[in-house]
Design a protein around this ligand. Structure first.
Ligand SMILES: [Zn+2]
Length: 474
């Protein structure tokens, strides 16, 4: 384990310190090599990616079979849930011979995790070695998973750094981040926060509307970011503004986009506004699939070193033909304490037939669609706040069974909540505080308690019901 995991708990205190302390402290810390900060696992994964990046199909197949087997044996031996699940279908991980065998294992999904969290969790590790993480609420049901200290987050950093390297990223480059972070924790109503350890400028997504654009642009010009890290709905209005007003922000190498698909024309617009390429990728908190674009194409290259990815149709059968949409199902090669096996993500993609000209033999997908990710709340000023921006990596929904946003008027939103038996007045306070912090006075927010949220005709939970007239949606 590196020193990073020991410091993780102190992050909240650090962020509250004044900048004359955090700046030099952060700069010093940034100069410590990543392999020291994150431990030897960092270098191990770095080596794995660099040696395997251009492997042949045979090498990849052999790696996949070995790693899958190891992953399944771990789940069987250490997780009561998977031990029982495998036994119930007479599946023995010890006699695993290849990916065809995987099909014997039943799928799991978010509701499996919610119902069997304690049984899934391996008994091998003491609680103080675990980190408890809540996934984004964009799926309608937040899900909690456990990471092992010093493992999953370290691995994620290596893979994300590799993904960004394709866009020219060098560790320490300046990144301007517009991704739903609440910037102002001091109460000073500031739109910006600089974080010296990562050399990042955080910009408030919730204040990103037309009358503030000049201020945001000025700040970007001062900071001179090498990269913008954002998602389409957060940046698109500003991109339009930049083009309309013929603004030039120099020196951005790429716009790094994740978490959302692009509407037609959005990518081109962002590229034109910032005069550089967009690089996009797909990943999630359960860490079973990671796939991203490369230097040569905008197809997503699935990292075979990270997990095993399948696409399935509505009946649960594998989708193997290109161009047919299937649900992304992932098996994570890390997640040792909390195995993620044949996990239905609720996101969709299509296989791409050919290999990429970049020379990597990675499997390719495109048209990746998150089920809930394109839905937006429209503010009083007609700006958009996507559900991705609102995602709640926190504990505010711990005592909520399910929730749904309802919008009928611009600038007003109701959060409908189904309470669990543990729900208290305090939960209401926490939820209200958290949303008011994000919506400010752009969206009037209230809570309504209900017993049941009707599903769509296809049996899915809808995360936002919007009855706004079309004209409000721009
Ligand atoms: Zn490629």
């Amino acid at each position: 384990m590196g020193i990073e995991d020991h410091l993780y708990k102190s992050l909240g205190y650090y962020q509250k310190l004044p900048s004359f302390i955090t700046k030099p402290l952060g700069f010093l810390y940034r100069s410590i090599p990543l392999s020291v900060r994150y431990g030897k696992l960092y270098s191990e994964y770095e080596d794995l990616i660099s040696t395997s990046e251009f492997w042949s199909d045979e090498q990849i197949d052999s790696f996949t079979n070995n790693t899958l087997k190891k992953t399944l044996v771990n789940a069987y031996e250490n997780s009561d849930y998977f031990h029982d699940l495998f036994s119930s279908v007479n599946f023995s991980p010890y006699s695993f011979t290849g990916i065809k065998d995987l099909e014997k294992i039943p799928f799991s999904d978010k509701s499996t995790i919610r119902s069997f969290k304690e049984q899934i969790l391996s008994q091998k590790f003491s609680r103080d070695r675990l980190i408890y993480v809540t996934t984004g609420g964009t799926s309608g049901i937040p899900v909690e998973v456990y990471y092992l200290k010093g493992r999953e987050r370290t691995r994620e950093l290596v893979f994300m750094t590799d993904q960004w390297k394709r866009a020219g990223y060098i560790y320490g480059d300046r990144i301007a981040r517009i991704r739903g972070t609440v910037v102002d924790q001091s109460g000073n109503n500031s739109f910006f926060r600089y974080e010296p350890v990562k050399n990042r400028l955080y910009l408030s997504t919730y204040d990103l509307y037309e009358e503030n654009f000049p201020l945001f642009i000025e700040k970007l010009k001062q900071f001179k970011p090498h990269f913008l890290h954002t998602y389409p709905s957060a940046i698109i209005l500003m991109a339009k503004y930049i083009i309309k007003n013929d603004v030039h922000i120099e020196g951005i190498k790429a716009v790094l986009c994740s978490s959302e698909q692009f509407y037609p024309g959005q990518r081109e617009l962002i590229e034109k506004a910032f005069n550089c390429r967009v690089y996009s990728w797909y990943g999630h908190t359960e860490y079973s699939t990671l796939a991203g674009e490369c230097e040569c194409s905008s197809n997503y290259h699935i990292y075979f070193q990270y997990g095993f990815t399948e696409l399935i149709d509505e009946m649960g059968n594998p989708v193997s033909k290109p161009g047919i949409r299937g649900e992304i199902v992932g098996t994570s090669y890390e997640m040792t304490a909390f195995p993620i096996i044949r996990y239905r993500t609720g996101d969709y993609a299509e296989w791409v037939e050919n290999k990429c000209s970049c020379g990597r033999n990675y499997k390719l997908i495109n048209n990746v669609v998150g089920r809930w990710q394109q839905e937006k709340i429209i503010t009083l000023k007609n700006s958009e706040i996507s559900l991705t921006a609102l995602n709640m990596h926190s504990d505010i929904f711990d005592n909520v069974i399910q929730y749904q946003f309802y919008q009928k008027e611009r600038g007003k939103v109701t959060l409908r909540i189904i309470k669990s038996v543990n729900y208290q007045k305090d939960d209401e306070k926490k939820i209200t505080r958290s949303f008011k912090e994000k919506f400010k006075d752009l969206v009037e927010f209230n809570i309504e308690y209900i017993d049941n949220i009707p599903r769509t005709q296809r049996g899915k939970h809808k995360f936002l019901i919007s009855e706004l007239p079309e004209s409000c949606n721009n």
